[in-house]
Write a protein that binds this ligand. Structure first.
Ligand code: ZN
Length: 678
């Protein structure tokens, strides 16, 4: 009898484990089963936080006048320290958010080198920050569980830089109605207004699209909105967590007197007749023309796609006439690089001969070459794609004064059109690794059932891992929101790779195709492969070789390969937002995908010498020691001193926790006391 039971139990266990085995169909949600898009305030609520306005910390003496006070400003270069407590994915996301600041504002973030005041980023319970520079030395900012999203990190750092929430502006009652009877009991303080005497909107109009605006359901009871926008169409706009809005940037740039950004170089949509200061080649050879449309195509530019009368220009090199080998040159104005690596991005349209070609050159200036020396960077292979605007990225590595030169080259084939260029962006940023363009996206949006996904082609990461993403255009289990999952796949280099795939961060970005890179509000999600992660049955490593933990599948091109389990989110982007901005342009959507080795982020950020020196001298605990995995060689004497000090500090910490809890009343996403990192 007993043996029968054992068999039964064993067979049940086997069934359970068989059911939870990893396959190419497995999809794990990083939002941990939450049916909706989890915002900062939901995360903090679950974490049991009751901060000011949900994610703001204030000290007891704060009179809520931060933004107006000069003393609350940081220098344009802000020192940071990333604590070991942070998840690797969070560290990667934070560094990406810093890159957005560098591209779009004059704010730069640099590793802490011992400056008096710095931002210490750690994994607390929830996402929160103080408002402005509190001049407290180490100022804490928490990026906790589920806070590892680009816009969430941008949001918290905007607090740190001096910004309140948008709907706490003095003039907010002109733009939104706060539904007080729908707000959770005791949460009214989250909807207080900061008066004109203490806060400034910097003469920028109220912005429903601000990354600092609450969503319509913030602190609500049930499902009814707690905020109603006076212009109804903005109901689904408020609460966006994609990227900085134009007004967010305008305000930040005004507050910090920004005139330039550190990595942006140029953006040109050719709308103006001066063609962004670009220079044509010498007279006598073929020319690029500033055109509105061309008989042989394109009919419209890419910037406006024919939607605006009298607007919509591009540069066109006609290859209808002339001879094989004819060239047309278009050179940019001069640029002065700081970083030595750039990403050039542009749209190219080929309506000419099949072998008409575009070459990208740089002209570099140094003492030996005062008139510049040309260097070929890349021949653009249009891959036989004709008669459509296509996006290209070219990586440059220029370290001196330079220009970019576009060279059109007429091929041997018959042509009824030519090459056209539009929406050029040049920045000192890293180019996206891969482009996945989903054509006819509008139709797919209308016809794809919920629960049906499409897979991208397979791509290869720089370190050799093969991967793909799957997208549920109309949701995985409920419509209204796109879902996305990242899968490792079998690839040509699998035998020489380390398995399980260690610490690689996948970026899945739906590109906002605004012509100016600074105004793009692309939607990003990042996930990181933790090699120690196990399957739910504990039998396999989640990111192991797809041949081991995946399924044999057939790709759209008929090729067979293994696809491992996927990780991503069912709330990637709500349809209301998907249809906003320029996510869909010309009926197509573009995903920018990459897989990057982030194992270097496992290393502890080095402490500044002064801090190490000071810590050894006075046994003050440095930031890296606040987490458990430290490796400082402290002498026995200092250890003894530390231990006795620790007892004192424990009492102080307990007192400050009690103090923090008491003082954290007013609102709820702002921190009240600096010392609550335990
Ligand atoms: Zn906030």
């Amino acid at each position: 009898m007993a043996s029968k039971w054992i068999v039964l139990v064993f067979s049940m266990l086997w069934c359970l484990s068989a059911a939870s085995r990893l396959t190419g169909e497995t999809e794990t949600d990083v939002d941990e089963g939450h049916g909706h898009d989890w915002d900062i305030f939901d995360i903090n609520k679950e974490a049991g936080l009751d901060l000011l306005e949900g994610d703001i910390v204030i000290d007891e003496t704060d009179s809520r006048n931060t933004i107006l006070g000069e003393q609350y400003r940081w220098p344009q270069t802000v020192p940071y320290y990333l604590k070991d407590s942070l998840d690797i994915n969070a560290k990667g996301v934070i560094l990406k958010a810093f890159e957005q600041y560098r591209l779009k504002t004059c704010i730069n973030f640099v590793p802490w080198k011992g400056e008096e005041n710095y931002i210490s980023v750690f994994k607390g319970t929830g996402c929160y920050s103080s408002v402005g520079n509190r001049q407290v030395g180490k100022q804490k900012l928490s990026i906790g569980r589920n806070c590892d999203r680009l816009a969430t990190v941008e949001h918290e750092f905007l607090h740190a830089l001096g910004f309140w929430h948008e709907q706490s502006r003095a003039d907010r009652d002109d733009y939104v109605n706060i539904m007080w009877d729908r707000i959770e009991e005791g949460k009214d303080h989250n909807f207080l207004i900061h008066g004109e005497s203490v806060s400034s909107a910097l003469n920028v109009p109220y912005d429903y699209g601000s990354v600092m605006h609450y969503s319509k359901t913030a602190f609500n009871i049930g499902s009814e909105p707690s905020i109603i926008t006076k212009i109804p169409s903005f109901m689904d706009v408020i609460g966006q967590r994609m990227e900085f809005s134009d007004s967010d940037l305008l305000k930040l740039n005004r507050l910090y007197n920004c005139t330039t950004s550190s990595t942006f170089l140029d953006s040109c949509s050719f709308e103006k007749e001066n063609i962004c200061g670009m220079i044509q080649g010498p007279v006598g050879i073929a020319q690029w023309e500033h055109r509105h449309s061309v008989a042989g195509g394109p009919n419209t530019d890419y910037t406006n796609m024919g939607q605006c009368d009298g607007k919509g220009y591009f540069m066109h090199f006609s290859t209808v006439k002339g001879n094989h080998g004819d060239q047309a040159h278009l050179e940019s104005r001069l640029f002065y690089p700081k970083r030595g690596s750039q990403c050039l991005q542009f749209y190219l349209h080929n309506s000419g001969g099949a072998d008409d070609q575009l070459n990208v050159w740089v002209r570099e200036y140094d003492k030996a070459n005062p008139k510049g020396k040309l260097r070929l960077i890349q021949k653009i292979d249009t891959g036989g794609i004709r008669d459509s605007w296509e996006l290209y990225h070219v990586t440059l590595d220029v370290k001196m004064k330079f220009r970019v030169k576009f060279e059109g080259l007429k091929g041997t084939g018959a042509s009824t059109g030519g090459l056209s260029l539009d929406d050029i962006n040049l920045s000192e940023t890293t180019c996206p690794q891969h482009i996945w363009r989903i054509r006819d996206f509008t139709r797919l949006l209308e016809t794809t059932p919920t629960g049906v996904n499409i897979y991208s082609p397979r791509f290869l990461s720089p370190s050799g891992y093969s991967f793909m993403v799957s997208v549920y255009i109309n949701g995985r289990s409920s419509p209204g929101s796109m879902a996305i999952y990242f899968h490792l796949t079998s690839g040509p280099k699998d035998d020489s790779l380390t398995w399980p795939c260690p610490w690689h961060q996948a970026t899945m970005a739906l590109m906002d195709q605004n012509p100016d890179i600074r105004q793009r509000m692309s939607n990003h999600r990042m996930i990181t492969t933790n090699p120690n992660k196990l399957s739910s049955d504990g039998n396999d490593f989640y990111w192991d070789n797809p041949r081991k933990v995946g399924s044999l599948v057939t790709g759209s091109d008929g090729s067979q390969f293994y696809r491992g389990p996927g990780t991503g989110t069912s709330s990637y982007l709500a349809h209301s937002r998907l249809k906003s901005r320029n996510f869909i342009k010309g009926d197509d959507a573009i995903f920018l995908l990459g897989l990057e080795d982030v194992s270097a982020l496992l290393e502890t950020q080095p402490l500044p010498r002064s801090a190490v020196h000071q810590s050894k001298k006075s046994a003050v605990i440095p930031p890296s020691q606040e987490t458990t995995n430290t490796s400082t060689n402290t002498s026995t004497v200092v250890m003894a001193v530390s231990m006795s000090l620790a007892a004192v500090m424990f009492v102080v910490a307990m007192v400050s926790v009690v103090y923090a809890r008491r003082s954290r009343k007013p609102e709820s996403d702002v921190i009240l006391v600096e010392n609550r990192d335990i």
